[in-house]
Design a protein around this ligand. Sequence first.
Ligand code: ADP
Length: 467
Amino acid sequence: MSLRSLDRIRKTIGFRLTLWYSALFIVSSLILFVIVYFLISSSFRQEERYTIQSKLREFSAQYQRGGIEALKREVGFEEHSGNLFFVRVAGPRGHTLFVNIPALMGEGFDTGQIENRAVTGSGQWIHLPAKGDKGGVLDIASTSLTDGGILQVGMSRGEKEEFLERFRETFAGIIIPVILLGFTGGVLFAFRALMPIRNIIKTVRSIDKGRLDARVSVRHTGDELEELTVLFNGMLQRIEVLINGMRSALDNVAHDLRTPMTRLRGTAEMALRSGQDMEVCREALSDCLEESDQILKMLNTLMDISEAETGVMRLRLEKINLSSLIEDVVDLYRYVAEDEGIAIYIKTPGELFLTADHNRMRQVIANLLDNAVKYTPAGGRVDVEASRKGDHVVVRVEDTGIGISEEELPKIWGRLYRGEQSRSARGLGLGLSLVKAVVHAHKGYVEVYSEPDRGSGFMICLPVKAA
Ligand code: ADP
């Protein structure tokens, strides 16, 4: 492995997580061992001291009652029961009057040293280390006797020391597996913890290569990483929809511009070929004007929709009476409708005030009414109804027209979308997109309900006070 790749691994979060986890695991194991060792050894020490002190009290009582002989009997009895104690009675001048050294103790410790140690009285402890490097300690407690002498009782830490020694050896033996376990645990932990992050990186790489539909696989763990993954996928979904929407809008714009532009070019070409004929040129110029007006209208509406959708549309908010606005718009369409044999009915309260942009609202109602009249055959009817519902104003424009199929319903709000059956009718496929964008810009919403061959209904809901 090269130095550069080692350096890269060293900088990864996975490596740092592994190190932290392993270090924590190993240090915690060490601390646990030290605590357990300390607790066991101190409890051994306490138990031993307690045994020695209680024997010291017992032997001292025996001595006070029956002198050295009684003490010897008691010591012999203890030895017989397997309790090995070092016992020494010293006279007032420190010379030994009686000493009992169990055979093993005599071999392991230089008990002769005890005679040379000055003992001042009760409560004094002597800790005599074993001979050579055998390990072990002989703990001896002393007490003063009433005749001025000293009684000493001692016990070897032997067995307990051995147990602690084995404990230390066992730990030394398992420390390497503990380190390995800590490291393996660290690697596994880092691998699992960083799995969603790796998935996100993989997904971003796929998107970078052009796969816009790539998504991060969600692991249902209920943790923050699952939340991040779900949010990330949601964001990708929205971006994909937006990009696809922009792509298809651009395609549609290009497609829809080509026809009038070709017509414009053809008309201009014909006029040029006609030579000096003023009449033909005049007619061609008028056709060109009409075509360019149509193109301008399309471009302006597209701009309006974008502005409304991105929130940069400047709304001139004022208090308007929606009932009279509806009446005005219906008046404009009534003649067209009558010509087509369609009746328009209005149902509004006398006054219905709300805060909105008057011209934009006019555009919204006009577009809905225009569609209703356009897509309703002769003999049909259109109903325009407006009312107040709490803090909102609800407007419905319903017709008995051709209706919209279920597959087409979600598509009608898209820019430049025109229904299969509507291609022959005049229109740019931008009316409903503008309605939706303007209503959203007013913090309202739109809904559609329709049944093919029975009719359609459009409902807009607007807050009375624009936020
Ligand atoms: P346009 O009417 O210019 O085609 P719109 O954006 O206003 O564009 O409408 C989009 C499509 O929705 C229409 O082409 C038509 O298929 C469908 N549509 C809209 N309003 C109605 C309606 N009232 N009845 C039936 N279809 C409708």
